[in-house]
Design a protein around this ligand. Structure first.
Ligand code: PLP
Length: 387
């Protein structure tokens, strides 16, 4: 199986596996227990927190370990609601992950203002500038990189605007960490990340807060994480997560440009050999590993299963979205209608995806294009629909 669904989740890398096993062997004690061995586990937890803080270039006290980005995103909106007045609103981009949108709607049922994106998939910065001066903005939430299209958002600019206006800013950076520079987030009030997007284990993540951001616990009933998240800490998970982020950071320094070229080569090949394929967000800055495509014919499920039969794993969109009925809210926000969205595919590679795999995928897609286009129409011609 050649895996091209890294934005959904990633395989555990060797350094993460070793860190998990070694921490499980040596530091399996409950960090809250009163004997020496538990104190060593506690020290190991804090050393690991320091390593993550140094990657993010923030103070260690600002980091809370949790179960992943969904929990982090929920925690942020719960925190914003706790200190917000009754008329408060939140500004949320229309392409956020469902865990952001659902949390915003739960905690601010009357006060969610969705900020649209243009057809290139980038959030409307001008609109944020206008809306930020609304009297009761409790929080602005814009992701760093979109999970479906890979399009990068101007989150650093928005963080600056928020600082100037005294409005808390949340950035879901789940797709950024492990792929791009982790050390740029010091001006955000809340940042969420999760290990399974960068070759760490599932079910472990972190929330970074600014010194001034309020962050009451979502998980009650324990004083762990300085009273900010109840529940016995998953120390092996934390050790594995931080080791995998360090490893990705090293890879990033060596090979980001090379990887981006491999992705671009796939795009060129597909554009040349499968006419009328649209590459979503092509004009925008994107993650080096992601291609979102609108194929010229045939439902995306048929592409996925044919490609699977040829030994490739690609996705129809986000993993979370694919289980639910209806087209992607991200493509919809970019003005792509449901008929075209039903032909969308997402290809996302990893740091170690070799050139030959990208080339083999392009060839397989061309093969599937020929098979499907001749099976779709009795005359054997491609059923081309422009988007
Ligand atoms: N945010 C984004 C942008 C994601 O891509 C994901 C993963 O699908 C999440 C949040 C949820 O992360 P987790 O699986 O750690 O809860």
């Amino acid at each position: 199986m050649i895996y091209f669904d890294y934005n959904a989740t990633t395989p555990l890398c060797q350094v993460a596996k070793s860190a998990w096993l070694s921490s499980s062997d040596s530091f399996w004690y409950n960090t809250s227990s009163p004997y020496r061995e538990a104190a060593r586990a506690r020290a190991q937890l804090e050393e690991t927190r320091d390593r993550l803080a140094s990657l993010l270039r923030i103070e260690s006290e600002r980091l809370v370990f949790n179960s992943g980005a969904t929990e982090g995103n929920n925690t942020v909106f719960a925190a914003a609601a706790e200190s917000a007045g009754p008329k408060a609103v939140v500004l949320v981009s229309s392409i956020e992950h469902p865990s952001v949108i659902a949390s915003a709607r739960k905690y601010f049922p009357e006060g969610v203002i969705e900020i649209p994106v243009g057809s290139h998939g980038v959030v409307d910065l001008e609109l944020i500038e206008q809306r930020i001066s609304l009297s009761q903005v409790a929080l602005i939430s814009v992701m760093a990189a979109n999970n479906e299209t890979g399009v990068l958002q101007p989150w650093q600019r928005i963080a600056g605007l928020c600082r100037g206006a005294g409005v808390p800013f949340h950035c879901d950076a789940s797709q950024w960490f492990g792929k791009l520079d982790a050390s740029l987030f010091d001006r955000c009030d809340y940042v969420t990340g999760c290990a399974h997007k960068f070759c760490g284990p599932k079910g472990i993540g972190f929330l970074a807060t600014s010194k001034t951001a309020s962050c009451p616990p979502l998980m009650l009933g324990g004083e762990q994480e300085n009273g900010r998240r109840g529940g016995t800490e998953n120390l092996p998970g934390v050790a594995a997560m931080v080791s995998s982020l360090e490893a990705c950071d090293d890879l990033r320094k060596g090979s980001a440009e090379v990887q981006a070229e491999l992705r671009t080569a796939l795009e060129s090949e597909i554009s040349d050999r499968i006419p009328d394929t649209r590459i979503v967000g092509r004009e925008s800055k994107r993650l080096w590993n992601t291609v979102s495509l609108i194929m010229p014919h045939s439902a995306n499920g048929r592409w996925v299963s044919r490609l699977n039969g040829l030994g490739f794993a690609v996705s129809t969109g986000s993993a979370c979205a694919s289980g639910k009925a209806g087209p992607s809210h991200v493509l919809n926000a970019m003005g792509i209608g449901p008929e075209a969205a039903a032909r969308s595919l997402r290809v996302s590679g990893g740091w170690e995806t070799p050139e030959c795999d990208w080339l083999a995928l392009a060839q397989a897609m061309v093969k599937v294009h020929h098979e499907l286009s001749s099976s779709d129409l009795p005359n054997g011609g491609a059923h081309v629909i422009s988007v």
